[in-house]
Design a protein around this ligand. Structure first.
Ligand SMILES: C=Cc1c2[nH]c(c1C)Cc1[nH]c(c(CCC(=O)O)c1C)Cc1[nH]c(c(C)c1CCC(=O)O)Cc1[nH]c(c(C)c1C=C)C2
Length: 536
């Protein structure tokens, strides 16, 4: 079968842009195919949002000389991992393809940001370095890590779970290690990735390698020592991909993380430029989709095929052969009529994160220890009254040479489960000013020497409903959703990409968009959820 003649992508974030870019390369204008990207806002990039701001301050070391320059601020994701997920190599290939290799800012394993990650005990404001090796665990006397080493040594001897299809992250860690480790370590790890409660999150969907290790080896520790989950790709495929990456692939093995010069918007901006340059993608921004409807072949004038899709937007009605939805699953669900609704799109809740960026007129070493930043495990309002999830030491984590010298950039993240599932619930601040004030109060408690130092830049916003929480049996629901789209009224005319399904990381988003485009080019019916087809 040939690819669909017209494809419409909903959503102009990283996933939608990647799908449009890949299609624009594979379906040139001469092919007679039509590609459309619809974005409801007037900005392209979705949650990725890097902005440059002018700052100035008086340098106390130079008799009050005015120092001025720019800083790059991120209100969403800011770094990428070169490994650990199926899309990690795909992301590097995309950067190479977009000629962005020279913009990569690697953070080597030897860098303090890679070595030092902290946990904050909010009741004492004490920072504990997370262990980087079993040896460093031996020397740690932090109450937050108490019992970790003995629990890890005993873990292989705990019985394997039987007859259960899924479990929360909290329950998994409590059972395999200890309730204290589940509370202190697992909850903070979940805050830093999903901004959610570890009691709500499915371990099988969010951390499949942990679940698989227990299933395969009867132990997480043994599984990890055996090298983790084997890659689903064949050896030949891995070798071909590595060859394609060449020097970049070899170099990236030394990196713990990487950022991009100018921030991560360099990636979404370049994707946008390339799509525009291709001339075969119609970009309709500032146009909100109101509904989408599957039309059967008898409802269209088309001969043969599986019908079309009608899209109603704020600008009018169109028909298209195929839709790629890069929207959140709840937004997509709201576009469907009752008769054509798809099961499970609404099941997972989304979490909202308050993000505050502060710039202080002091160098990092005068404010915080060298490192990536800290996370805070689930804690009571008495010690963590604003529901802070963690703080990133941006100037050290991803140092940007374009930032003005002598300053420290910090990002505070708050809310998430504190605003939705923890009891007692905290109420999100009513204004960005209050969000900023709360963040400054928090920092003044952890770093008392900051009291009386006025930030030279203060930005705050709430990213409403930005990360989905994969609740128990997410995989089973995706299997059912896949079958429903493929065999039901939608008849395979809808593909799902983005962070709602197969992982919330940037690499996961690239991976899902690339996979869908590849299959569409072969003329296959693709829902984007094929991986879950055989889920048990
Ligand atoms: C808006 C806030 C976000 C929080 N998590 C994410 C966002 C966008 C998504 C996310 N964060 C991390 C991962 C895993 C790595 C990956 O696949 O890319 C994902 C999917 C890890 C992470 N968390 C923070 C940073 C700076 C990173 C990247 C570096 C790393 O992998 O170690 C900080 C952080 N993110 C959130 C909070 C509350 C937080 C606290 C300091 C929520």
């Amino acid at each position: 079968m040939p690819p669909p003649r017209s494809i419409t992508i909903l959503g102009g974030g990283l996933s939608g842009l990647t799908a449009a870019y890949k299609l624009s390369k594979l379906l040139p204008s001469s092919s007679g195919s039509k590609i459309t990207l619809i974005e409801s806002t007037n900005r392209i990039g979705g949650w990725i949002n890097s902005q440059r701001h002018e700052v100035e301050y008086l340098d106390p070391d130079r008799k009050g000389e005015v120092i001025s320059g720019e800083v790059t601020i991120e209100s969403g994701p800011r770094s990428i991992r070169p490994r650990g997920s199926e899309g990690a190599r795909g992301m590097l290939r995309l950067l190479k393809d977009l000629d962005l290799t020279s913009s990569i800012l690697p953070i080597l394993f030897s860098h303090p940001a890679a070595k030092n990650r902290f946990l904050l005990d909010p009741s004492t404001s004490h920072l504990t370095a997370l262990p980087t090796s079993p040896l460093s665990l031996l020397s740690s006397n932090s109450p937050l890590l108490k019992g970790l080493l003995p629990s890890a040594l005993k873990e292989p001897f705990h019985p394997q779970i039987q007859g259960v299809s899924d479990e929360s992250v909290d329950s998994f860690f409590s059972r395999r290690l200890s309730p204290a480790i589940a509370r202190n370590l697992a909850s903070s790890m979940v805050h830093g990735i999903y901004a959610a409660s570890s009691k709500d999150l499915s371990v099988r969907s969010a951390f499949p390698s942990l679940w698989d290790a227990e299933q395969k080896y009867g132990s997480v520790v043994v599984g990890m020592l055996s090298g983790g989950s084997p890659s689903k790709k064949s050896k030949a495929e891995v070798e071909r991909e590595e060859e394609e990456l060449g020097e970049l692939g070899r170099e990236s093995k030394k990196w713990s993380l990487y950022g991009l010069k100018g921030g991560l918007s360099s990636l979404t901006d370049r994707l946008y430029e390339e799509i525009q340059r291709s001339g075969n993608v119609e970009i309709r921004s500032n146009e909100a989709v109101k509904s989408i409807k599957s039309l059967s072949p008898s409802q269209t004038s088309q001969e043969g095929g599986n019908g079309m899709v009608e899209i109603e937007t704020t600008q009018g009605k169109y028909t298209t052969d195929h839709i790629i939805s890069a929207l959140s699953s709840s937004t997509l669900s709201s576009l469907l009529s009752d008769r054509q609704s798809l099961s499970h799109l609404d099941t997972n809740p989304y979490t909202s994160v308050g993000v505050v960026n502060l710039v202080y007129p002091l160098p990092p070493h005068q404010i915080h220890p060298a490192g990536f930043g800290y996370l805070i495990s689930r804690s009571d309002p008495s010690s963590n009254p604003y529901g802070v999830l963690g703080v990133i030491f941006d100037s050290t984590a991803i140092p940007l040479s374009t930032d003005v010298r002598g300053i420290t950039k910090l990002t505070l993240m708050m809310g998430g489960p504190y605003w939705s599932s923890y009891s007692p619930n905290l109420i999100p601040p009513g204004s960005n000013e209050e969000l900023i004030e709360n963040s400054i109060n928090h920092l003044n408690t952890v770093f008392p020497h900051l009291r009386g130092v006025e930030p030279i830049l203060k930005l705050g916003k709430i990213n409403w409903d930005c990360i989905p929480t994969y609740t128990l049996n997410h995989g089973q629901r995706l299997r059912d959703l896949h079958r429903h789209i493929r065999d039901g009224e939608w008849d395979g005319k809808l593909s799902l990409v983005g962070n709602a399904y197969g992982g919330v990381g940037l690499n996961d988003c690239i991976f899902s968009s690339e996979g869908v485009v590849k299959e569409l080019m072969k003329g296959s019916k693709v829902t984007g959820l094929e991986r879950w087809e055989t889920w048990e």
